[in-house]
Design a binder for this molecule. Structure first.
Ligand SMILES: *Cc1c(COP(=O)(O)O)cnc(C)c1O
Length: 366
């Protein structure tokens, strides 16, 4: 360091890990990969991740809004892109302009789509998730409305990470729809998210739609080891020790003084808070790595900072790893999710790009 402090907290995204994960998944799946890069690639940065995924074997991309698709097109990405959610007429015109395929979720949404010339649509069927998708009984009608614009039919699993028999039931409903509606060879059929791709091979159909696994995170959410599936986490979240003070017994830390030192304690202030996406529910429970050791979070996470208990060997400017590895230690997004009462998905997706600069390793070509 040149004396000036580093940017407060930053995320290092390892694109070699993304490439590795894509090839692992591609080998496992044996069918084309639609890389799900919605929500800014789960907080990893949509454009660099999409490029890395495409140049390591992904065939197409998926996003949730037309705007997310437009961002990828704006960066010069030409691969097929599917938008998952239901769009307004304005968003549908934007989708057409950017050559995004859209999703029909109901008879009404099929009509809206058919009203815009030249849009390709996938029909999403509700097989039990009960969130989005046309009911099986309305598939025939929605299909007629979409006519030649129909490019795919898909469904989404509610419990592919947790309940094999429910996943089987959903597939049976989906298969019944497909049997009832012969689609010919012109339509792509798909269903599998990361969990289904990994653990329910019979659900792979014509392509798979992994999201979380691309980032090297475990589809089981709050538990499970991604390394056990051959995946490498792509994001490391780092900060630094901005200040150190010595607490006397009885002195407390942060709002409400919910932590009080029992013995003289070194307290390191780290410029990461819930505005960065470091969740407040980690208060009193989170751990971070400093000088290769786990350090307990003392008291509450505030909007802009939190405090970790350290020892006399830690100095101002030392690197702090909030998510990732340092020395022989590791804090995973899965662990942090569990401690925060949430899942790994929300840990990385919650990293706020307006506060947390992202840097990329192993960027290649364009
Ligand atoms: C988010 C999403 C996925 C990817 O799910 P992961 O669990 O992250 O693999 C796949 N399909 C649809 C429709 C989604 O919304």
């Amino acid at each position: 360091m040149d004396g000036s402090p580093p940017s407060r907290t930053w995320a290092e995204v390892d694109l070699a890990a993304v490439r590795h994960n894509v090839s692992v998944l591609k080998r496992r799946a044996g069918v084309p990969i639609m890389a799900v890069v919605k929500a800014d690639a789960y907080g990893h940065g949509a454009v660099p991740v999409a490029r890395a995924a495409l140049d390591s074997g992904a065939d197409s991309l998926a996003v949730v809004t037309a705007e997310e698709g437009a961002e990828l097109r704006g960066a010069g990405i030409g691969a097929p892109i599917l938008v998952f959610t239901d769009l307004s007429p304005e968003e549908l015109s934007a989708a057409r302009q950017h050559r995004l395929a859209v999703t029909a979720h109901s008879v009404e949404s099929a009509k809206r789509i058919a009203g815009v010339q030249g849009l390709a649509a996938h029909l999403k069927v509700n097989t039990g998730m009960n969130r989005w998708g046309v009911e099986p009984s309305e598939v025939g009608e929605a299909r007629r409305i979409l006519g030649d614009g129909l490019a795919g039919v898909y469904t989404h699993f509610s419990s592919a990470d947790s309940d094999a028999s429910e996943t089987r039931r959903q597939m049976e409903r989906f298969d019944a729809v497909l049997a009832d509606q012969p689609l010919g060879g012109l339509t792509t059929v798909h269903a599998a998210n990361s969990a289904a791709l990994l653990w329910h091979p019979e659900s792979r159909y014509d392509l798979v739609r992994p999201g979380i696994a691309l980032y090297g995170l475990h589809p089981g959410g709050d538990g499970g080891d991604p390394a056990g599936e051959g995946l490498r986490p792509a994001m490391t979240l780092k900060s630094y020790v901005a200040g150190i003070r010595r607490l006397l017994p009885g002195e407390g830390v942060s709002y409400g003084l919910t932590y009080r030192a029992g013995v003289p304690t070194f307290a390191a202030t780290v410029p990461v808070g819930y505005a960065e996406g470091y969740r407040r529910s980690l208060s009193g429970r989170g751990q971070a790595l400093i000088r290769g050791a786990r350090r307990p979070l003392l008291g509450r996470v505030t909007m802009d900072a939190c405090v970790f208990g350290v020892d006399g060997g830690v100095g101002v400017g030392d690197e702090v790893v909030l998510v990732g590895e340092q020395g022989d230690e590791k804090v995973s997004a899965e662990e942090l999710g569990r401690l925060a009462g949430t899942i790994n998905y929300e840990i990385t997706t919650g990293v706020n790009p307006r506060r947390v600069e992202r840097s990329y390793t192993d960027v290649r070509g364009s």
